[in-house]
Design a protein around this ligand. Structure first.
Ligand SMILES: NC(=O)c1ccc[n+]([C@@H]2O[C@H](COP(=O)([O-])OP(=O)(O)OC[C@H]3O[C@@H](n4cnc5c(N)ncnc54)[C@H](OP(=O)(O)O)[C@@H]3O)[C@@H](O)[C@H]2O)c1
Length: 254
């Protein structure tokens, strides 16, 4: 069980790691309110079932992270429930575009402007615009966090294999945003820590087409990863703001 507390918003909660985080936060007695968002949270049977058992502690709010107006409307709805948040976790991310039959690029000739733009809009612009609209709700005297799920492959220093251009580059942009936001938070919101997290390879829709080569024991369940990442967040403080940490609390080079 996580030792999180207060009011927490999970962006990208309809499935995958975000959904498992919602489940675990609801099990924690010190968490008062969980706000779960995705493009269509009412369309997620898992979320509506959880809400039915949550005694008013789970609120579902639609939000498309590629749409600035949608994020603004979500923040306004959140203000109708609470005047401050203790944490925001961005989980939404895309690696392949199944609808358009596009996978991550292996060769430079495969770069497609539409796929590049889609990756940047979700993986990079999403957390940035979340920061813009949720900063005011996180800026208070209690300790608070803004955490984004990044990926080790977004590390520039750690890139020895190449490929996956749009995913790597959009996560690297997200990482630069995390550092930049952490610097501003240190000046303007001294109790707010800003973190980038790597979950490890996790059994979700996102990783499904790429699980064949994952070594035995290295494909994590969403429950395991959610528990580990919530624990990592809970065991950080403002002195860790601006860090890139993996599920095992190990630092990753930017
Ligand atoms: N799984 C892995 O092995 C792995 C490894 C390294 C890093 N990561 C990172 O971890 C994060 C979570 O991955 P996951 O595997 O849990 O992904 P997932 O199962 O594919 O879930 C993605 C979530 O993001 C939401 N989402 C997608 N596009 C969105 C948009 N435009 N607006 C709002 N929400 C949107 C989805 O909701 P709807 O589609 O319902 O809106 C869904 O809730 C991602 O950032 C990913 O890059 C994952």
């Amino acid at each position: 069980m996580t030792n999180m507390q207060g009011n927490i918003l999970i962006q990208g909660a309809s499935r995958g790691i975000g959904l498992a985080m919602v489940e675990q936060l609801l099990e924690s007695p010190d968490v008062e309110l969980v706000i779960a968002t995705s493009r269509d949270p009412e369309g997620s049977d898992a979320l509506t079932e959880l809400r039915g058992r949550a005694n008013g502690r789970l609120v579902l709010v639609p939000m498309d992270v590629t749409d600035d107006g949608s994020i603004a409307r979500c923040a306004e709805t959140v203000r109708g429930h609470t005047d401050s948040l203790d944490g925001v976790i961005n989980t939404a991310g895309i690696l392949h575009d199944a609808e358009r039959g596009l996978g991550p690029e292996k060769r430079i000739e495969q770069l497609d402007p539409g796929a590049l733009e889609a990756s940047f809009r979700v993986n990079a612009f999403g957390p940035m615009l979340m920061g813009k609209h949720f900063f005011a709700l996180l800026r208070h005297k209690r300790p608070a966090f803004f955490a984004s799920l990044s990926a080790r492959v977004g590390s520039i220093e750690d890139n020895h294999l190449g490929g996956w251009y749009s995913y790597r580059a959009s996560k690297a942009a997200q990482n630069q945003f995390t550092r930049t936001f952490a610097v501003e938070a240190a000046r303007r919101a001294r109790s707010l820590r800003v973190l980038a997290l790597h979950p490890g390879t996790t059994d979700t829709d996102l990783s499904a087409p790429f699980q064949r080569n994952v070594p035995e024991g290295k494909l994590f369940s969403t429950a395991f990863v959610a528990e580990r990442l919530l624990d990592v967040i809970a065991n950080t403080d403002v002195s860790d703001s601006g860090s890139f940490l993996d599920w095992d609390h190990q630092s990753i080079p930017w």
